[in-house]
Design a binder for this molecule. Sequence first.
Ligand SMILES: [Zn+2]
Length: 130
Amino acid sequence: MHELSICQEIIIQVNEIAFQNQASSIESITLQVGPLSGVEAPLLKQAFPFAAAQTVAANAELIIEELPIVVECKQCGAHSNVVANKLICSQCGDYHTQLISGDEMLLASVELTREKPAEKNIHLAEANHV
Ligand SMILES: [Zn+2]
């Protein structure tokens, strides 16, 4: 199952982040998933508990945010938000476009719990490619 191996990758990454931040557990994991990434959000959510079992992320909530599909027009240079089956420029209508985003999956943020409850809510400044 494709989604399970993705979840296992995510667990490896968040485990590392938890270790670096001396966190005792992970509260939530936010992923940003492009519609063209080939990743099915419901399947990811289903697979997650299996990958997370007996790790620091065992009780973590998996939050999945959908990214927009953005293309750059090769004719006029405009950036357009488009839908998956219609990758055309919204400015001039040209179909010679290049995908800027929409096929990626990013680990956007991880919410950690440390031993000291005061230091909660560690968010990654930059998104990491999974
Ligand atoms: Zn255009």
